[in-house]
Design a protein around this ligand. Structure first.
Ligand SMILES: C[S@@+](CC[C@H](N)C(=O)[O-])C[C@H]1O[C@@H](n2cnc3c(N)ncnc32)[C@H](O)[C@@H]1O
Length: 187
């Protein structure tokens, strides 16, 4: 699946296996730092091959992995099954259709390495907001705004084009415009 697929967020292709593990050697640590806790009902939005879905499912009560690419969901499904994790459902679809894809309001929406490609970020933030229980959280993991040629992983520049990368300020403005309020490190 690629940018030629209608609705596909620009610059969010799942990388070839190998360097993602090198870039994110501790996905469970990222999930913990984001604030995902036992008992939570979580959506992993744009979940890709499940690199973060697995550690989320190992902590949370339940996780719904959503991705526009059914092939990615199959890889994720296999990853979780191989690890004996069964508290995860999978839904193929566009993140903008979250309201339809989610069974009901959740405690937490986690989105890693995809928000930069969303064409209308306030719109997505508003959709996420409507999917959260009162007091729920939306965590966004983004690439730094460093030039792409400086983000070397396994010997090569990697990640989205420099002009697609978002600063924390740009991210905060986008989610605030979608009706969410920002709490940094206070959950
Ligand atoms: C760079 S990958 C990141 C996957 C995962 N979040 C991670 O960090 O390991 C981005 C994912 O977003 C998915 N994606 C792109 N556009 C989407 C859309 N409109 N709705 C849902 N998923 C989308 C892609 O298929 C891809 O699997």
């Amino acid at each position: 699946m690629s940018k030629n697929c209608p609705g596909f967020f620009e610059g969010t292709e799942m990388p070839t296996a190998g360097w993602w593990d090198a870039l994110w050697p501790d996905p469970a640590g990222v999930v913990a730092e984001a604030g995902i806790k036992p008992g939570m009902d979580v959506i992993d939005l744009c979940s890709g091959d499940g690199w973060f879905t697995l550690p989320i499912a190992m902590v949370a009560d339940h996780v719904l992995a959503i991705d526009i690419d059914p092939n990615m969901l199959n890889v994720a499904r296999r990853r979780l099954a191989e690890n004996g994790v069964a508290n995860c459902d999978f839904a193929a679809g566009d993140a903008y259709d979250l309201a339809v894809l989610a069974a009901g309001p959740v405690d937490f929406v986690f989105m890693a390495n995809a928000f930069h490609g969303v064409p209308d970020r306030p719109r997505l933030a508003a959709i996420v907001s409507a999917t959260l229980k009162p007091g729920g959280y939306f965590a966004i993991v983004n690439w730094h705004t460093r030039p792409r040629e400086e983000t070397i992983v396994l010997g090569e520049p990697r990640g989205p084009r420099t002009d697609l990368r978002l600063s924390p300020d740009q991210t905060i403005k986008a989610v605030e415009a979608g009706g969410l309020s920002v709490c940094l490190g206070t959950y």
